[in-house]
Design a protein around this ligand. Structure first.
Ligand code: THU
Length: 137
């Protein structure tokens, strides 16, 4: 899949966002090493803290289907009635990525549109992260 196709799927997944409290809609598309894609959206909650970000939704869907090896993720987010922005993942989502991804090679694509996006590595966004290797795993 091309970067543009991955971004397109993230934008489509954003339409499923359940965000009645923040009205901030986020979609993600996670690609495995073998090219399978798992989408996700943010799912909010009246009690606020159980809210799940789009990125973690995609990761948990994939991991719960047995996937363990990931190549990259595309993210599209912004206010419901406004422009999309370069929506970089929150700290908790970066830590979830650290659990399953190689920080130097895993790519995080943040997109405003299929034409306008930035590509970062996990190590750029989470330098000196703590991960499974710290526990000799
Ligand atoms: N959110 C995401 O889904 N991903 C991000 O990268 C940043 C924030 C969600 C959480 C919450 O539902 C809303 O956006 C506002 O924080």
């Amino acid at each position: 899949m091309t970067e543009k196709e991955l971004v397109k799927q993230a934008i489509q997944a954003r339409e499923k966002s359940y965000s009645p409290y923040s009205h901030f809609m986020v979609g993600a598309c996670l690609e495995t090493q073998d090219g399978t894609c798992y989408t996700g959206c943010n799912v909010e909650n009246a009690a606020y803290t159980p809210t799940n970000c789009a990125e973690r939704t995609a990761f948990f869907k994939a991991v719960s289907e047995g996937e363990r090896a990931f190549k990259r993720i595309a993210i599209a987010g912004g206010p419901k009635d406004g422009e999309k922005q370069f929506c970089t993942p929150c700290g908790v989502c970066r830590q979830v990525m650290m659990e399953f991804c190689e920080p130097e090679s895993f790519q995080i694509i943040v997109a405003k549109s299929e034409e306008e996006y930035e590509v970062h590595t996990l190590s750029e966004l989470l330098p000196k992260g703590f991960g499974p290797e710290n526990l000799d795993r």
